[in-house]
Ligand binder design. Structure first.
Ligand code: ZN
Length: 163
């Protein structure tokens, strides 16, 4: 699975825009980590009334402050679902600090064309996250792409569920 997207990119001579579109379509159609993850201890939800998107993030932060499990429930447009799916796929398994760092890099990327260069991500994960960079050309869709990530931070920093 490692570097799958990069290999596909080189093999099929796709341009980056096509590759990004394909990644978003794939995640929108087949969202990863959908549903409540087992034994989650933090969660948060959000709603984007402009588009009708809803997201609920569940995560399990273990004793070593690692995001051991991460999942989402949601409904809405393809961008919002793809973004939540990409979030769970790339952040699951990361520790608290890198999860926060990757999230702020993502939000910066959406704002001003910055590339993702985080050392805690492999090339394939970077490409996957970068696929959402195109939304900045569509201001109406920015919220669709960022909502899951903001919600993830609220869950991560919030108090434990059921406490
Ligand atoms: Zn939306």
């Amino acid at each position: 699975m490692l570097l799958k997207n990069v290999k596909k990119f080189l093999k099929n001579k796709m341009n980056l825009k096509e590759l990004y579109q394909e990644i978003i379509l794939d995640h929108g159609k087949n969202p990863r980590n959908k549903g409540k993850c087992e034994k989650f201890n933090k969660d948060a939800k959000a709603h984007n009334p402009l588009c009708g998107d809803k997201v609920h993030i569940y995560l399990k932060l273990n004793d070593e402050k690692k995001v051991e499990d991460l999942s989402f429930e949601g409904e809405g447009c393809a961008i919002s679902l793809a973004s939540a799916s990409i979030l769970t796929e790339t952040i699951k398994g990361k520790d608290f600090d890198s999860a926060k760092k990757i999230t702020s890099e993502f939000l910066e990327m959406i704002k001003d064309k910055r590339n993702i260069k985080d050392d805690n991500l492999n090339e394939d994960q970077k490409t996957t996250i970068m696929s959402l960079s195109g939304v900045k050309e569509f201001p109406m869709r920015v919220k669709c792409a960022t909502m899951a990530w903001h919600t993830f931070v609220s869950a991560l920093e919030g108090k434990n569920t059921n406490e």
